[in-house]
Design a protein around this ligand. Structure first.
Ligand code: VIB
Length: 233
């Protein structure tokens, strides 16, 4: 079994948690609240900026121009096409894309960005493994959405689902996997271990990112249990 097929098998629970998270399910059945969706888009814009910086780190590691082109094309898709997917989410609520800008990343989103950027200072294999869940989770879950429920022509977030389920995003995942499997095959057991850790942590952060959106997490708003300790008396 290939390295990435094994990851998919071993961490099937994280894929399921991604799929069944109430925020994703709320996008799917179009019941997600305006507050959560706008918070998500504001955060995700900044997350994508961090992701683009990781492509820069990847380019600095590119062993040949084939790899350079891979990162260049990935960056182009993110810059030119992904904003339309975001627009489709906020447009439903009558919110302008540019006003959904967040001033800074919320703690969970910042931790995810830090994790990816740190992986960009390890090997190319570790960086790619940290970036894979971003592609894979969205492409997999939106494709499953089409297989199971099919967001119809009237679905308010149709363009968002259509973008991630598109042939372009699906083939990007396939390309990531081919490249990572080759890097894993050439890596020693220690580096492969770091690749696995980088992948799992990013998968975890993908689920946590939904939670961040659903709970309206910011640096100002701490969970009530922290603000009002119940065990204090
Ligand atoms: C937290 C978070 N994780 C993953 C994605 C999805 N995503 C980001 S870049 C990219 C490749 C295509 O440009 C994909 C699939 C997201 N938007 N936000």
């Amino acid at each position: 079994m290939s390295f990435t097929a094994e990851l998919r098998d071993t961490y099937a629970d994280l894929f399921e948690a991604f799929w069944s998270h109430p925020f994703f399910q709320g996008l799917l059945d179009a019941t997600a609240s305006k507050e959560a969706v706008v918070h998500y888009v504001g955060q995700d814009r900044q997350y994508l900026a961090a992701f683009l910086r990781c492509y820069g780190l990847g380019m600095a590691k590119a062993p040949d121009t084939d790899w350079t082109r891979f990162f260049l094309e990935g960056a182009r898709i993110m810059l030119e096409e992904e904003p339309d997917a975001h627009r489709a989410l906020v447009a439903h609520f009558g919110v302008d894309y540019d006003t959904s800008q967040a001033p800074r990343l919320a703690p969970t989103a910042q931790a995810y960005a830090n994790h990816m950027e740190l992986a960009g200072h390890d090997t190319l294999g570790v960086l790619m493994a940290a970036l894979l869940p971003c592609q894979w989770s969205y492409a997999w879950a939106t494709l499953r959405a089409y297989r199971e429920e099919t967001p119809g022509p009237d679905h308010p977030f149709r363009a968002w689902f259509a973008f991630y389920a598109s042939e372009e995003c699906q083939s990007l995942v396939a390309e990531y996997r081919t490249r990572i499997d080759a890097l894993a095959a050439a890596a020693g057991p220690e580096e492969r271990g770091r690749m696995e850790r980088a992948f799992v942590d990013s998968m975890y952060y993908e689920v946590a990112f939904w939670q961040m959106a659903a709970s309206g997490e910011t640096w100002e708003r701490l969970p009530s249990r922290v603000l009002e300790p119940r065990d204090a008396q």
